[in-house]
Write a protein that binds this ligand. Structure first.
Ligand SMILES: Nc1ncnc2c1ncn2[C@@H]1O[C@H](COP(=O)(O)OP(=O)(O)OP(=O)(O)O)[C@@H](O)[C@H]1O
Ligand SMILES: [Mg+2]
Length: 404
């Protein structure tokens, strides 16, 4: 008779439902901090022990860092009496009865190819490439008719969503899936969720906390293709214009965007010279040409830059970036794009930066807007600074732009 092993783990109601379900493929879709990793680690211990001796288990996560979390939680709960050998450098554990567990990162899909995996746990599956599942992990389960369970927060409508959808269909007997918001973890202080959610845009909140599968999330601006219309326009005497400028810092570009009061991008300039005299000249020229009121990213450069432009007769104000003011600026741009209040000519670098612009939740669980690693965001910021001035503009026909 098999010995009963006691694990010091008290699952909450949602975790218990997951543990008790006998489906071969289980998909837990939950908000951040719900207890996904803890539940997955405990399920791994349980399944490795009950599925028999001489078996192989895989614990997979998107990155090396994530597998470390799985590894840590596994050892937080695994009773010492079950463990035979630990090979830290290979992330390989052997439990008694020749039960082998490898902790693997999915950023190298080839390393996931295997045979005869009996127990598979994938944490944060939505962040793993589809091929890792279809070409490597799913076939590995075939020989031994292995079981798999997935824990994660959603990331749009990808393969993880499709797998989860199967689990919602009662006719798919082998699949079962759940959706739990962060708040259903009773061990989590509601104040912690509130603090986490405070700086989040609506969509991020729905994805990260409510665990909804949303389209287009991760990208901040929706409807970018719809805003591409018309061409650049010369100055017209009866019209008013606003301009946004993002100054080149270390290795990026200075970008200038001029909008008319209808929200059309009439002029766009982008150059990489860092020399301030050169930058100033170009800014002054464009502002003069359109008689535009200018809002400039003055973070780090301070008031002297505005003063100098002012002395050149440019109507200029500075916009200082903090996490909060950047959020306001970007969210205004996002709303205006979504409401189709802005149009731009075919400017590939602007269109691409808008499409790539995203948000991420930091390890300390704050929301940060920005371009992905290795990409620029200066065209987005310049457009956002121009659009910010339209936000406060009186309805068309009522005259001048209000000061902000
Ligand atoms: N059954 C449980 N018993 C005690 N604490 C729990 C339990 N389940 C979750 N928690 C607590 O909830 C918090 C989140 O747990 P865990 O790291 O497993 O969540 P997660 O959903 O994987 O989070 P993340 O989204 O950051 O990956 C931790 O503080 C953990 O201690
Ligand atoms: Mg986790």
């Amino acid at each position: 008779m098999q010995k009963t092993i006691l694990i010091r783990y008290k699952p909450h109601a949602g975790q218990l439902e997951f543990h008790m379900c006998p489906a071969r493929f289980r998909v837990l879709d939950c908000g951040r901090r719900w207890g996904k990793t803890i539940a997955g680690a405990n399920e791994l211990i349980r399944q490795m022990w009950t599925q028999g001796p001489n078996i192989v288990g895989f614990a997979v996560a998107p990155t090396y860092w994530h597998t470390k979390r799985q590894w840590t939680e596994f050892f937080n709960f695994c009773p010492a009496e079950l463990i035979k050998e630990i090979h830290r450098s290979d992330r390989h554990v052997i439990l008694k009865g020749n039960r082998n567990i490898w902790f693997k990162s999915a950023d190298n899909p080839d390393s996931l190819r295997s045979q005869g995996v009996k127990v598979l746990w994938v944490d944060e599956g939505a962040q793993i490439a589809e091929e890792a599942w279809t070409l490597a992990l799913r076939p590995a389960l075939m020989d031994e008719k292995g079981i798999a369970f997935f824990t994660g927060t959603p990331r749009g409508h990808n393969w993880y969503f499709r797998l989860w959808t199967r689990g919602q269909d009662p006719s798919q007997m082998e699949y079962k899936s759940w959706n739990f918001p962060s708040a259903s973890n009773p061990y989590l202080d509601p104040a912690e969720i509130a603090a986490f959610a405070r700086d989040m845009p609506e969509l991020a909140y729905r994805q990260e906390v409510l665990a909804e599968f949303l389209e287009d999330v991760g990208s901040v601006f929706r409807g970018v293709d719809c805003m591409v219309q018309g061409s650049f326009q010369p100055f017209e005497r009866h019209k008013q214009y606003v301009m946004g400028a993002d100054l080149a810092k270390l290795e990026d570009f200075t970008v200038l965007c001029v909008l008319d009061m209808d929200g059309h991008l009439c002029a766009f300039d982008r150059f990489s010279q860092l020399d301030w005299v050169f930058q100033r000249k170009r800014i002054v020229q464009l502002a003069e040409r359109y008689n535009a009121r200018l809002l400039i990213d003055s973070t780090g450069v301070g008031d002297p830059v505005c003063d100098e432009l002012y002395r050149e007769n440019v109507r200029v104000d500075g916009y200082k970036f903090t996490n909060a003011t950047k959020k306001d600026l970007i969210e205004n741009l996002s709303i205006m794009i979504e409401n189709q209040q802005l149009t731009i000519p075919q400017v590939p670098e602007l269109i691409n930066e808008l499409k790539l612009y995203g948000y991420k939740t930091t390890p300390s669980r704050n929301v940060q807007y920005g371009a992905p690693e290795g990409y620029h965001d200066d065209t987005v910021i310049a457009l956002a600074l121009a659009a910010w001035q339209l936000k406060r503009a009186p309805p068309p026909g009522r005259g001048a732009v209000m000061p902000y």
